[in-house]
Design a protein around this ligand. Structure first.
Ligand SMILES: Nc1ncnc2c1ncn2[C@@H]1O[C@H](COP(=O)(O)OP(=O)(O)OP(=O)(O)O)[C@@H](O)[C@H]1O
Ligand SMILES: [Mg+2]
Length: 257
């Protein structure tokens, strides 16, 4: 598969009278990790929802490698490799950790999820191949040992990592991570930082929404800063950190006005 950029132009989203995204233009490039930061309520998750098809923006175009994604529902976008993790964890509680990740693997198996559970030799082979792939994805996050537990038995931060493992297991072309470090302690966050750097590849568009500035400044090649549904800055971590508008947003300073 050739690497493709995810682009969006003129994205406008509103709910009733509330304007949430106000004409966003962006390009997320393969081979880069792009950070997406901004205060609470800036519109970061809403933008992810537009990119995955969970929300339909009133205006604007979204394309992957020039191919329009507008109008496609989330499942069809996932078929194109647009995969995500959620700010509010969304794992299936009745499946074990490894079975949840196997749902991600199933995306790449012709026989699919259902076949893997049929009591036929082919189904058994399929299931064991999926399990091996799912365990490898869990191993990236140091979670292989909890493969046979249920999500609720894991701390919230680790449940989020299982979601990322599920997305990775689906071999994404676009990976959208919504606050992957939420609920992790400092050492877990450092591990996640290294894992994200390791997962970066020339074929993958990776976008990380995160409030943990150390993580986002370390992993990102470029950062977009969103405030009230508009980009106020885009650049390297250093450019963004030194941008007076960004400093103002984060520190609430109005010294320069
Ligand atoms: N389905 C919805 N219906 C109504 N308003 C919504 C909906 N989804 C998002 N919003 C509003 O859009 C705005 C942006 O919310 P969003 O969740 O995208 O922010 P965010 O940048 O992800 O914030 P946080 O950092 O707190 O996660 C908020 O005012 C929110 O209340
Ligand atoms: Mg959010």
């Amino acid at each position: 598969m050739t690497a493709a950029a995810l682009t969006a132009t003129g994205i406008e989203l509103s709910f009733g009278g509330l304007s949430v995204l106000r004409g966003l233009d962006l390009e997320f490039r393969p081979g880069e990790i792009t950070g997406l930061i901004g205060p609470n309520g800036a519109g970061k998750t809403s933008l992810f929802n537009c990119l995955t098809g969970a929300y339909r923006p009133q205006r604007g175009a979204i394309a992957l490698g020039g191919r329009p994604l507008n109008g496609l529902p989330p499942a069809a976008r996932a078929e194109h490799g647009v995969l995500r993790s959620f700010q509010t964890v969304a794992l299936c509680p009745d499946l074990t950790v490894v079975e949840n990740v196997m749902m991600g693997v199933a995306r790449n198996h012709h026989a699919g999820w259902l076949n893997a559970f049929l009591p036929l030799p082919r189904g058994r082979r399929e299931r064991s191949a999926m399990r091996v792939a799912a365990e490898a994805a869990l191993d990236e996050f140091g979670l292989k040992d909890v493969a046979d537990r249920y999500p609720a038995q894991l701390p919230p931060g680790n449940q989020r990592l299982v979601e990322i493992a599920r997305a990775i297991a689906g071999r994404p072309s676009v990976l959208l991570l919504d606050e992957p470090a939420a609920g992790l302690n400092n050492s877990e966050t450092r591990d996640l930082t290294k894992t994200l750097q390791r997962l970066a590849s020339p074929d993958l568009v990776m976008v990380v929404v995160e409030h943990d500035m150390d993580l986002v400044m370390t992993v990102s090649d470029r950062i977009y800063v969103l405030n009230f549904g508009q980009f106020v800055a885009c650049g390297t971590p250093r450019e963004v950190r030194d941008n007076p508008d960004v400093v103002r947003i984060y520190l609430g300073s109005d010294d320069d006005d």
